[in-house]
Design a protein around this ligand. Structure first.
Ligand code: ATP
Length: 136
């Protein structure tokens, strides 16, 4: 079994889509290992998106992810990292396939509802960052 970090972003919380999105992960068979409502600070956003902080799209992305509470989670299951990314769909909601979370529910490449770790290394880093190294 594999563990992955998933963030349900502020747009999803504001739109009342937490239950819908969580339901998709649960229905797929993934386990919920950790789940917490978190107000993300600018400092945490900078660490989480360390690879993007210099990009042109980062300042509005930082504004967005700190604009309200998010749901931070650790999900587990067989190939959970890849499975979550398949369920999430392509980054840009306008291009994401119908049937995916973004494809069905998002129309933006910034406000795209969810984040999922993209590799085992990212998952380990992000679980430690969000939930603490001793708990990962
Ligand atoms: P995530 O890491 O959130 O699962 P991803 O791996 O599909 O998404 P990345 O390329 O890592 O996408 O981008 C991280 C986040 O930055 C995206 O989820 C999106 O919110 C934002 N983002 C990426 N590209 C753009 C862009 N061109 N314009 C605006 N926001 C963007």
């Amino acid at each position: 079994t594999q563990r992955t970090f998933v963030l349900i972003k502020p747009d999803a919380v504001k739109r009342g889509l937490v239950g819908e999105i969580l339901g998709r992960y649960e229905a797929k068979g993934l386990g919920i290992e950790k789940l917490e409502l978190r107000q993300v600070t600018g400092e945490l956003a900078d660490q989480h998106y360390a690879e993007h902080v210099e990009r042109d799209f980062y300042p509005p992305l930082r504004e967005f992810v700190t604009s309200g509470p998010s749901i931070a989670m650790v999900l587990s299951g067989d190939q959970a990292i890849e499975v979550v990314r398949l369920l999430n769909g392509a980054t840009d909601g306008r291009a994401a396939a119908p049937g995916t979370i973004r494809g069905d529910l998002a129309l933006s490449n910034r406000e795209n509802l969810v984040h999922g770790s993209d590799s085992e290394e990212s998952a380990a880093r992000e679980i430690a960052l969000w939930f603490g190294a001793e708990q990962s």
